[in-house]
Write a protein that binds this ligand. Structure first.
Ligand code: PGA
Length: 256
């Protein structure tokens, strides 16, 4: 794991944006895995400002609520079009978001996995982390080998996400999420976390044991993970000084 700690979320976001921009320049037909929530919002704003060529890019989103009408403002479909896709030259038929209104959810999940395979797999997956260590909506105790499927949200996640809905009771209980096994097959994983409320989850994921109680800890088994943090999110890392030194002394060819 490469742990990148910056003073501010804006600075950490800038590094994440440069990593994605480089991928899109090196591989114009890249396959990106995308995330929603507050964390990637500044990343998407930065990518829009960079005016990159998305015409050949394919995207797969991590997750979606089940049962909300597609045009509901809190679906991840709405989120992605509002905050990224409508501002870039992406082709609509290359955008993939799990269908929270599918009549046959298991079949649509299997189809999602098949589409990822068909395009050759995900080159880079953007990830946030829940305060409980979830990735996508893979809640604690999710199988570390899981694939795209239905999940039931924990109380904690529904409380965390109530801020987008107005009240906890409006947050759906059920979601579709890529599995941990799906995420682990991305060639690179780029995890972003900002703010003190993520500090515990990040410390457990990076320095704790690998356990499904903190699903993000499985990333320790992935060969290419970059973790972009601001200082508050890094505040419980025991080896933060080492990570800072590593970043400040990277060989020139390795910098972003
Ligand atoms: P957030 O959510 O970016 O809104 O904090 C992250 C997550 O739940 O994965």
């Amino acid at each position: 794991m490469e742990i990148i700690i910056r003073e501010t979320a804006a600075s950490a976001t800038g590094i994440a944006a440069r990593i994605i921009a480089k991928l899109l320049r090196d591989k114009p037909a890249a396959v990106l895995g995308l995330a929603t929530g507050s964390t990637p919002l500044p990343l998407y704003r930065t990518l829009i400002e960079m005016n990159l060529d998305w015409s050949q890019v394919t995207t797969f989103n991590l997750d979606e609520y089940i049962g909300l009408p597609r045009e509901h403002p809190q679906t991840y479909h709405s989120f992605m079009w509002e905050n990224l896709f409508q501002h870039i030259n992406i082709s609509k038929d290359r955008v993939h978001i799990p269908d929270g209104n599918a009549a046959d959810i298991p079949a649509s999940c299997a189809d999602y996995e098949a589409r990822i395979r068909e395009v050759g797999g995900i080159d880079l997956q953007v990830l946030g982390i829940g305060t409980d260590g979830h990735l996508g909506f893979n809640e604690p105790t999710s199988s570390l080998a899981s694939r795209t499927r239905i999940k039931t949200l924990t109380r904690q996640t529904r409380v965390d996400n109530a801020r987008f809905f107005g009240s906890e009771s409006e947050v759906p209980h059920h979601v579709i999420t890529m599995g941990i096994g799906t995420i682990m097959e991305a060639r690179t994983n780029l995890l972003l976390a900002f703010g003190e409320n993520k500090a515990r989850a990040i410390a457990e994921a990076v320095e704790g044991p690998i356990t499904s109680i903190n699903p993000a800890s499985v990333l320790q088994m992935h060969p290419a993970v970059k973790v972009c943090l601001d200082e508050p999110a890094a505040s419980e890392l025991k080896r933060a000084d080492y990570y800072r030194w590593v970043y400040d002394n990277k060989p020139a060819w390795q910098t972003f």
